[in-house]
Design a protein around this ligand. Sequence first.
Ligand code: ADP
Length: 273
Amino acid sequence: MSDVALAPAPTGPTDAQTIVSLNGVSKVFSNGTVALSDMSLDVRRGEFVSLLGPSGCGKSTVLRIIAGLGDATSGSVGWPDRSNGSGNADREIGFVFQEPTLMPWATVFNNVWLPLRLKGVSKSAARGDVTEALGQVGLSKFADSYPRELSGGMKMRVSIARALITRPKLLLMDEPFAALDEITRFKLNNDLLQLWETFGWTVIFVTHSVFESVYLSSRIVVMAARPGRVFDEMSIDAPYPRNEDFRTSAAYAEDCRKTSAMLHAAMEDSGHP
Ligand code: ADP
């Protein structure tokens, strides 16, 4: 990805201020499915947190509740900064889904413009920000292309540009790279880390890949299913920036081994074979 100009000063992964906290959140769907039970989680400013767990353990439900796309049945979601009136910037949440969910009839430019357009920003007024966002994800030359002309990785880049156009402080990502081939995924992992460090984002990243979660995260929260809950968690202390040297290091292999053991224990606790 290319030069970044609209970034605020990075807050970095060490700032310990809580940006969002789930307090005893439970979610029971109308068909009786208990998707989450008494889930508590604090996410601190600047963290890259992965939610890792077996399918059906409630990872997407957690993201949707944090995004305000679904309500908790009981418990609460707290935004400490918002309550003291200083956290307006934190109201902006970027959401990246597994599918790029682009409008097929619209150009790349118009897809990225959408969130600003919904806020009433005209195309000409948005042009600078859209162009900049496309530059940040390496798609400057594709503003006039249509989604059908792009590879899966490029579509995902458009989706990321669309998420960052509103300059969110918190980025929620639901298995964004799961459908991509491994080489593309590795490249996007690196680009995402670079953007995260540059912008000082807080990221909550859903994945079921041990390897991806260890590579990216400052902290991994392992969830168990039936009902969905936090099973265990682990800090990944390897310094950033991380690159292919980390991916091939003994420290990475060891963290993957530990995380994998944690995930297996969570699956046993979930009644998975
Ligand atoms: P994950 O993202 O970890 O795969 P989800 O959050 O998608 O898990 O789902 C958690 C549980 O809630 C699953 O058992 C799923 O089938 C169920 N679930 C998710 N959405 C709904 C819904 N709208 N209605 C009923 N059950 C749902």
